[in-house]
Design a protein around this ligand. Structure first.
Ligand code: ARG
Length: 396
């Protein structure tokens, strides 16, 4: 038997290498992906896996793919689950699953494995994605199966020569990539308690952020951000720069009660300066170039998109249909948005586009007004007619 394991290099997945070998008598191939979680050294992680007996190791810097095929879709869809969470972890999982399947096919493996627990959304996203791409593959989730309590895991690790982290284990469970840093557990499990400052690594506490606001401009082309402050740059760079600038101003901290796919409510904390800034800017630009009907309808599509993404249905055919619709709306979403970052807030203060539907002659209150006030009367008469009919009937 041969298994491809999604390998972070951390304790759980390191123990999983040995565990898969012992429990399943399986050869283990590891796959480590860089999605912007700040891995220092992919090669060192591969070395570690080899030492633990992996028969082959892969590491891939997938940040460009992540931006081009996942993050851009999230931006175009203004992707926010329950109106708040930018879905970073949720879009990362199908990408990892896709690579797992690709490597499994290349290596002629029987199974893929991941380190998700049995309580979260991630297991669902991994499993459903893998099954959508290749139903013949077995899926193993060691931590979901009979996993060892922490002390036993450390014993097991020591016995097998797996390096045990010397630093005290953080109370938080985190998942980080270019789009979102997700933080759960520990003190956050009390929903009434404010998240302690040590939960955050990317953002300054807003009250300690600079006392001067910073203005930025973001250029969009067909719904995709392509420039920052007039400078064209690649997506990965643009997002990274926004994490830095936004983080400095304390932008992008989110604290919410979230409805998990497995039926539980959980307290989730995120820090995601770039996603908050880009979605806000993108949505604002849409409001300039869309008709009212387009805006109202796309909101429905966007919220369906976010739900399906959260629910692990990235490879479900309806997603393709939603993305096709969304893409067709983005033809006109080009232009520039200006924002002010200040003490935890990112506010749009200006926008322009060659496709703008804003007509100052129609909007103005001064004498250059070209709006036909006379025709408003007739319009209102008919608009209010149904209500008037009801009212008249009532009085008789
Ligand atoms: N609640 C978020 C989601 O379902 C984040 C999950 C974070 N995962 C983790 N291992 N801490 O997408």
């Amino acid at each position: 038997m041969k298994t491809i394991l999604a390998y972070s290099g951390g304790l759980d997945t390191s123990v999983a290498i040995k565990w898969l070998q012992e429990r399943y008598n399986s050869e283990v191939v590891t796959l480590t992906l860089e999605l912007g979680q700040g891995v220092e050294d992919l090669k060192a992680i591969e070395e570690k896996a080899k030492k633990l007996g992996a028969v082959a190791t892969y590491s891939i810097d997938a940040r460009d793919t992540f931006f081009n095929d996942y993050i851009t879709k999230a931006i175009k869809a203004n992707g926010l689950y329950e109106g708040k969470y930018p879905l970073g972890t949720a879009i990362g999982r199908p990408l990892i699953a896709k690579y797992l399947v690709e490597i499994a096919e290349k290596e002629g493996a029987d199974a893929v494995a991941h380190g998700s627990t049995g309580k979260g959304n991630d297991q669902v996203r991994f499993d459903v994605s893998v099954r959508s791409l290749n139903p013949a593959l077995k899926i193993i989730a060691p931590v979901r199966e009979k996993w060892m309590p922490r002390e036993e895991e450390i014993e097991y690790a020591k016995k097998h020569g797996i390096p045990v982290p010397v630093t005290k284990k953080s109370p938080y469970s985190t998942d980080e990539n270019l789009w979102t840093r997700s933080i759960e557990a520990g003190p956050l499990e009390d929903p009434m308690k404010e998240p302690p400052d040590d939960a955050f690594t990317l953002t300054t506490n807003p009250s300690l952020a600079p006392d001067e606001p910073e203005y930025i401009t973001i250029g969009f082309e067909k719904g995709v951000p392509i420039s920052l402050n007039g400078k064209r740059m690649k997506g990965v760079e643009l997002v990274s720069r926004l994490v830095e600038i936004g983080g400095k101003h304390g932008v992008g901290r989110i604290d919410m009660i979230e409805d998990r796919l497995v039926g539980i409510k959980s307290r989730e904390v995120y820090e995601c300066p770039a996603s908050v800034i880009l979605i806000e800017a993108h949505r604002d630009l849409e409001s300039l170039v869309f008709t009212r009907e387009q805006r109202l309808f796309k909101e429905i599509i966007d919220s369906k998109w976010a739900q399906m993404t959260y629910f692990g249905l990235w490879f479900e055919p309806l997603m393709q249909n939603l993305n096709a619709f969304i893409d067709s709306t983005q033809e006109v979403v080009s232009g520039t948005v200006r924002m002010r970052l200040f003490k935890g807030t990112a506010v749009v203060v200006g926008r322009e586009s060659p496709y703008s539907l804003y007509d100052v002659g129609l909007a103005t209150y001064d004498k250059s007004d070209v709006f036909d006030h006379k025709s408003a009367e007739g319009f209102i008469k008919l608009w209010g007619l149904p209500s008037e009919i009801v009212a008249k009937r009532r009085t008789h």
